[in-house]
Design a binder for this molecule. Structure first.
Ligand code: NDP
Ligand SMILES: O=C1O[C@H](COP(=O)(O)O)[C@@H](O)[C@H](O)[C@H]1O
Length: 486
């Protein structure tokens, strides 16, 4: 890969959790791989009155923690010379003079503004950047998720950002799209002729998309309690994964060709009626339990969480896509915190053979299954039946396993590394267009509204399990079960 052009990457919220946990470590890795132009700079922005040395010291302290064994003092030293800082209050137009002074130090290259703050600040930041004359034709802005709290607030933010940046300058980030296995799914589907004919209702019985986390809300309780799993994970990551699984082949890998196809899927998702909410959705909240063998508190006892909180930490949904390809194929989506394992996977359950010649009835339990694992390992497993060795014709399940770490020994870019490279190179393919984002909000809103109107509390589940029992019931109504229950 060729290095980026010289540029300034300005991180609003440069002292925050996301910057320290993900963005600076990703940029450090790109630096170590010589993927950043030698004089590309990272300009941290926040209200703290730090100087460059103070920002470098703060970043270094966090980097040791978040980079772990990848932290090498010598490499960090050379990386940190790229770090500069400008104290700016996003809400105070005159404080942008400090940023102007820093950006005036460079004459060439684009400016990338990464908005890693609460979305409530996005409009003020864009307005004040514009007023300070800091936005050029080759500037870009990166918007973190979740963008808004609902369709109306996301439209408001998009309208305001859109007054200062063209749509082709706006990079709405969804870090799941930057994960290598997600891009591999595109390669698997559209680079191999044998998959496509099977990838449809005639051969697929159901699809399951699971993003399960072992962690609780960690230090983000305050944020999470206002957001919940639907807005934090489903509206963005899970729906984007669903789009990549379900979309028609785009004509090319060109950003709009891919995004047009994803949009068609979002628009074809069958809307939830008030009656569907109880039948096709489950929301849960974890109670005290154990995680990785250690006792852990319940959600409402976590720091920053209201005692009576009705925020969901688990969601399971049955989605249906009203298209010729997918009519009648349920797509089950599930995500939760404090679940039994950390796993992100897409399971394609194929139909059973129409007739068994082996004397045992054809069973869905033995039907073929493709499991695309994104976390913790990056693998694709194809579950088949094979003959057991011996003198009788007895079939046994076997797995064809593709392990990307083994197949490709070179270091793979982490999601934020890949997406930051794309922003710096100006490639929008893996970013979410405004109409996609709004279609996703339009689909989740009736579910959120249905939960609120029901007045019911989220169903409790014990930390360290696979969620409330209602989640299994959601599938058993269709005679199915979750992948780990097979
Ligand atoms: N943390 C994570 O893992 C993830 C976060 N996100 C999203 O990223 C964004 C940032 O999250 P996170 O880093 O966790 O949030 P934090 O609360 O940790 O950080 C917020 C940052 O914004 C700065 N800030 C706050 N107010 C102002 C202001 N008026 N002017 C300038 N800077 C300001 C803060 O510094 P100071 O107060 O000193 O000004 C701080 O640097 C959010 O939109 C979140 O939803 C998305 C995915 C994951
Ligand atoms: O966007 C988010 O994602 C993380 C999970 O990301 P992963 O790459 O570790 O699977 C989640 O913990 C967080 O709540 C959410 O905001």
């Amino acid at each position: 890969m060729a290095p980026t052009r010289p540029l300034d990457l300005v991180i609003f919220g440069g002292t925050g959790d996301l910057a320290m946990r993900k963005l600076l470590p990703a940029l450090y890795h790109l630096h170590c791989d010589a993927l950043l132009a030698p004089d590309a700079r990272i300009v941290g922005v926040a209200r703290d009155e730090l100087d460059d040395a103070g920002y470098r010291a703060l970043s270094s302290e966090h980097a040791r923690r978040f980079l772990g064994r990848d932290f090498r003092s010598e490499d960090w030293e050379s990386f940190s010379t790229r770090l500069v800082y400008a104290p700016v209050d996003a809400l105070q137009a005159d404080s942008f003079a400090a940023l102007t002074r820093r950006l005036d130090e460079r004459a060439d290259g684009p400016r990338v503004f990464y908005l890693s703050t609460a979305p409530g600040l996005f409009s003020a930041i864009c307005r004040n950047l514009d007023a300070a004359g800091l936005i050029g034709a080759d500037s870009r802005v990166v918007l973190e998720k979740p963008l808004g709290h609902d369709l109306a607030s996301s439209r408001r933010i998009n309208d305001e950002v859109g007054r200062h940046f063209g749509e082709e300058q706006i990079y709405r980030i969804d870090h799941y799209l930057g994960k290598e296995p997600v891009q591999n799914l595109l390669a698997l589907r559209f680079g191999n002729a044998l998959i496509e004919p099977l990838w449809r209702r005639e051969w697929v019985r159901d699809v399951q998309i699971t993003v399960a986390e072992q962690v609780g809300v960690e230090s983000r309780g305050d944020f999470y309690d206002r957001v919940g799993a639907m807005r934090d994970m489903v509206q963005n990551h899970l729906l984007q994964l669903l789009c990549i699984v379900a979309m028609e082949p785009p004509a090319s890998i060109n950003p709009d060709a891919v995004r047009d196809e994803k949009l068609k899927i979002l628009r074809a998702l069958r809307p939830f009626t008030p009656g569907d909410v109880a039948a096709r959705s489950v929301r849960g909240q974890y109670r005290a339990g154990a995680s990785a063998g250690q006792p852990v508190p319940g959600y409402v006892d976590e720091p920053g969480i209201a005692r009576e909180s009705a925020t969901e930490t688990f969601v399971a949904l049955k989605a249906e896509i009203d298209t010729w390809r997918w009519a009648g194929v349920p797509f089950f989506l599930r995500t939760g915190k404090r679940m039994q394992e950390k796993v992100a996977e897409i399971v394609i359950n194929f139909r059973a053979v129409p007739h068994s010649i082996f004397g045992v009835p054809a069973s869905p339990l033995h039907a073929n299954r493709m499991v695309i694992r994104m976390q913790p390992e990056e693998t694709v497993d194809l579950h088949l039946l094979a003959k057991q060795p011996g003198d009788v014709m007895q079939l046994q399940p076997v797995r064809l396993n593709l392990d990307f770490a083994e197949a490709f020994r070179s270091r793979r870019l982490e999601a934020y590394e890949r997406l930051l490279m794309d922003v710096m190179r100006g490639n929008l393919t893996l970013f979410v267009r405004r109409d996609e984002q709004e279609a996703a909000w339009r689909w989740v809103e009736p579910i959120l509204a249905g939960w609120e109107q029901s007045g019911e509390r989220p169903k409790p589940y014990t930390a360290g399990t696979w969620g409330p029992s209602a989640s299994s019931a959601l599938l058993s109504r269709d005679g199915l079960c979750w992948h780990e229950e097979i």
